[in-house]
Ligand binder design. Sequence first.
Ligand SMILES: *[C@@H]1O[C@H](CO)[C@@H](O)[C@H](O)[C@H]1NC(C)=O
Ligand SMILES: *[C@@H]1O[C@H](CO)[C@@H](O)[C@H](O)[C@H]1NC(C)=O
Ligand SMILES: *[C@@H]1O[C@H](CO)[C@@H](O)[C@H](O)[C@H]1NC(C)=O
Ligand SMILES: CC(=O)N[C@H]1CO[C@H](CO)[C@@H](O)[C@@H]1O
Ligand SMILES: [Zn+2]
Length: 377
Amino acid sequence: MYTKRLLTCFLLSFTLVNVSTQAQNETSSSDLLDLHKQLVEIESISGNEAKVGEFLASYLQSHGWTIERQEVEGINGGPARFNIFAHTGNKNPKVILNSHLDTVPPYVPYRVEGDKIFGRGTNDAKGSIASQVIALAELQKESPDVAKEVGLLYVVSEESGCSGITKANELSITPKAFIIGEPTENKLALGHKGALKFSVNSEGIAAHSGYPELGRSAITQLVNVASTLNSIVFPDSHPVLGVDTLNIGLIQGGIAANVVPASANLTVAVRIATNATKVWETIKSIVGNPQGITLELGGARDGILLDSVDGFETMVAKYGTDYLCYNGKAKKKYLIGPGSILVAHTPNEYILKEDLTKAVGLYKKLVTQVLNTSQRS
Ligand SMILES: *[C@@H]1O[C@H](CO)[C@@H](O)[C@H](O)[C@H]1NC(C)=O
Ligand SMILES: *[C@@H]1O[C@H](CO)[C@@H](O)[C@H](O)[C@H]1NC(C)=O
Ligand SMILES: *[C@@H]1O[C@H](CO)[C@@H](O)[C@H](O)[C@H]1NC(C)=O
Ligand SMILES: CC(=O)N[C@H]1CO[C@H](CO)[C@@H](O)[C@@H]1O
Ligand SMILES: [Zn+2]
């Protein structure tokens, strides 16, 4: 009898607790989807981040965070934008959750179909922003001691150079752990590639297309180099990051079909797994010095290895992140976010609602685990 009453009592309180966490979780989940929707509905193609920044800054402020805005110069004379650094009063938190406010063009409107949310930035990277913000909001309720050690850093221009994070270096934050949110299908990346950018300029001699022997075609010269570049097999590989890969992403030149072209150029991005300096030397030596051709280096950065913790699935990212331009060089660095990179930057960019929710739990778990470890060491 006694036992039975106790048991009933226990079951009843258990159910009550369960119902209340569930209700809380439902609020949190709708907060998450609302925030994500609002972020995606504001177009923020690189250069045009001011509006989404205003929205997010006032959202964070109204939820009790202290905000620091950091103005970043516009792109090609465009309007200024700003980075957002948010914290709960501690200007040098132990953990930074970071992602970027900008997206690639063109804008694709927000649209829900079943479990999927389509639209530009849904995954890269507003999915990461929304789930990080909600994760920190939940931590603030559940473990304020953990939350006060965490700051949020959202920067502009990740998809177009790295002027946002470069400016953020001036904040001189020295976190123990820097957590980057980019699409990794909610897995911890063990590393990500670096990048080497260069262009090939071709100068020829213009002539009437009826008398090609009087000119020299800049396009023919350039196409030969393009074919050499495409045939390069980089000899080295990295045990975690794999092989270097090359993409000729832009080619321009000529003025009309009946004119021997006097100039042409192309731009290449190599995703670096091994050694950017060595890859650049290999490229220069294989291309050699054909007539009218000059190679111009745009930038070269090696890939980086990232940290992992127990209890997470892992992957390797074949893309670079802003960490390549970050100077704070945290002791531990992590990369994780909801959504798949395979649909990022495409017209069909989407994210699963379920992955957003999962990411909230994963960011909370990661932050808690990272702080626990850093307290002990
Ligand atoms: C590349 O070619 C295009 C078209 O001919 C030209 O407008 C542009 O200025 C060239 N860029 C460089 C860096 O030479
Ligand atoms: C990268 O390659 C360059 C040129 O071959 C070499 O000098 C340098 O030591 C290499 N860096 C590393 C980290 O191996
Ligand atoms: C912190 O670390 C200790 C020792 O590894 C572990 O027993 C404890 O469960 C951890 N706490 C959290 C909140 O992860
Ligand atoms: C937004 C959200 O879904 N929050 C939590 C819901 O419950 C799971 C499981 O307890 C947590 O992992 C989420 O963080
Ligand atoms: Zn991104």
